[in-house]
Design a binder for this molecule. Sequence first.
Ligand code: N7H
Length: 460
Amino acid sequence: TLNLNDIQGDILIGMTKIKELFFFFSIKDAATFKSKLGSDIHSLVTNTNQLLPGSSNVPVTAVNIAFSNTGLLALNVTDDLQDPDFVSGQFAEAINLGDAGTSNWVPEFAGTNIHGVFLLAASDVQDIDTQLANIQQILGDSITEIYRLSGAARPGNEQGHEHFGYLDGVSNPAVQGFDNGTRPQPTAIDSGSFILGTGKDKGRPDWTTGGSFLVFRQLQQKVPEFNKYVQDNALNVPGLSQEENTDLFGARLIGRWKSGAPIDLAPLRDDPALGADKQRNNNFNYDHPDVPGFDVKSNQTLCPFSAHVRKTRPRATLGAEDGPGDAHHIIRSGIPYGPEVTDAEASSNQSSTDPSLERGLAFVAYQSNIASGFKFIQQSWIDNARFPSPVAGTTGNTTGVDPIIGRVGGSATDAPRVITGTDPLDTNKAFTIDSEFVISRGGEYFFSPPISALSGRLST
Ligand code: N7H
């Protein structure tokens, strides 16, 4: 069973506040840090139970903490966590992740200097600042700040939507022993895919049970450029207005409408009631056994194989989801960062080069194994133009890399992306995308330990 008092709150349920600060630090004085971690920081860290609906113990500012491999080494914790990617760190993997080298990386991420990160979430920035000041007061000179990134939900009706305008956080997998059965959706996934030492996850050091690997990425989004591309490629489906055909093209790039409604269930027009209905908005798997002759492995009239959500979680396209052929799941817990698009950007169809106008997604993904979670999805699905393949062994137009975040062959160059499936009238038709809508600004791999380890293994 899962010990929800010991599992940090962001992993399974998400801190889901409208402001979140990522505070990256380096450990300068391990002895002091360890003693404060066990005595004071430990009790500030928010567990899963505290964030569950109906909890009477929701903190004003939720606090989570995670360590990089160099952070564990700084604490002289040399146990083998059995995750080679965590050990090498994200910087060493930039090229493998298709990041066009590290020239676009935030300089502070380039290297292995970051030892840990505090995640602070609240409804109000002032509450975050107060808690950060408290933590800094406790830790004193034992840490120094390396970098910070402030996330915030978008304003008004856009709250919950990422910067391209699509509702996010709709479809995290249900987890066995946690929230299976709470709403209609595909099979719940073994908790061992996310939480170390549980379910099928075996063989790690005992003290890591209840922990999870946290992949952090700062992903810049070029919103005016994305909007222009969608406008320029409006579809021609009869019976739809120009505007509807524009929205349909965008929805077929993502696989969901801006409201969150899955196009697998609402193939022609957005259906905001469906998008908002948690009983229905994740209850699909791309298969339609009730439709005579429908083959989930080749039919992409409802949802293209190239759509972002089908590339990153193909559901029934690969057969059973928790089987050996499809054990690649992450729990996402990111938040947008940066300002809204300005009028000047919107009218020029171009993102400003002003760094203060950078916007994007502070991407957070949890898994028990980085190689089969985030990294597999990025390399073998997102950046793989042949995945999923309409019919195995056929030649001709391939699916293409992910239109939102894919890179051709994981290439270090900005090669144009060619995708198919997006036009429902001719799913063989190829679309070329010759600019990037998402630029990786780098990140790091962390381990989010069980809370007991903060006063146990990590403080002794
Ligand atoms: Fe994606 N977007 O707005 O385009 N993503 N994503 N993602 N993503 C999803 O289903 C987006 C990124 C996944 O279960 C939605 O909750 C953007 C990375 C997975 O059906 C939207 C960025 C990776 C899913 C976006 C970005 C993934 C998913 C629909 C970067 C993994 C769930 C909302 C700036 C390596 C699929 C929802 C499922 C959904 C967007 C990045 C993976 C709207 C803007 C890097 C697994």
